[in-house]
Design a binder for this molecule. Structure first.
Ligand SMILES: [Zn+2]
Length: 186
């Protein structure tokens, strides 16, 4: 599942390539992603139309609230609408110095703010680097993203933290592999 930076990178490239052009022929190669109307109707409808805009569906929102649930699980729920997934959740928690297993209601207002800012800066930087190619993600031109080289914790369990030197630990939270630093995340 691509996360927001990868989706945004693709959306920007498509925007540059497609705006103002017309569809001559439309084919649904993945008909399952067209829920409504029926794929054939959808294709028919687009034929001859001009592309006015390319947008991604899903934007970043964060409402942590006073739930007693663990931070990682709550961020994952947000992810469904926000495009924030495993990689960037771990990266943002590390940047904010907050452990992903923390219960949300125990986070201080300062930690919430720091976390909010960390999520935004992590995503902004990843978009600037055109996404992370940790699996098979490629952009519109089939090129890899560059952000995988900038990741601080994701995929680095057992290696030293780049900020404090402690050995990064791996745990399973919200059924996902989670990497955090026991030294600088509280
Ligand atoms: Zn650390």
């Amino acid at each position: 599942m691509p996360e927001l930076p990868e989706v945004e990178t693709v959306a920007r490239d498509l925007r540059d390539a497609l705006l103002g052009r017309r569809f001559e022929r439309v084919e649904a190669t993945h008909p399952k992603i067209v829920r409504f109307p029926a794929p054939e109707v959808f294709c028919q409808h687009l034929m001859g139309r001009r592309v006015d805009a390319v947008d991604r569906w899903g934007k970043f929102i964060i409402v942590l609230g006073n739930t007693r649930r663990q931070l990682k699980a709550v961020l994952f729920d947000q992810a469904r609408v926000a495009g924030l997934g495993n990689i960037y959740i771990d990266e943002a928690c590390h940047r904010a110095g907050v452990r992903p297993q923390r219960r949300c209601h125990r986070l201080t207002p300062a930690q919430r703010r720091t976390l909010h800012d960390a999520i935004q800066s992590v995503l902004t930087e990843a978009v600037r680097n055109r996404g992370s190619s940790v699996d098979n993600y490629r952009d519109v031109w089939n090129a890899k993203g560059r952000h995988q080289e900038a990741l601080q914790v994701y995929g680095r369990a057992g290696q030293p933290c780049l900020r404090c030197g402690a050995v990064l630990r791996k745990v399973t939270l919200a059924q996902r592999t989670t990497v955090f630093c026991p030294g600088c995340q509280r």
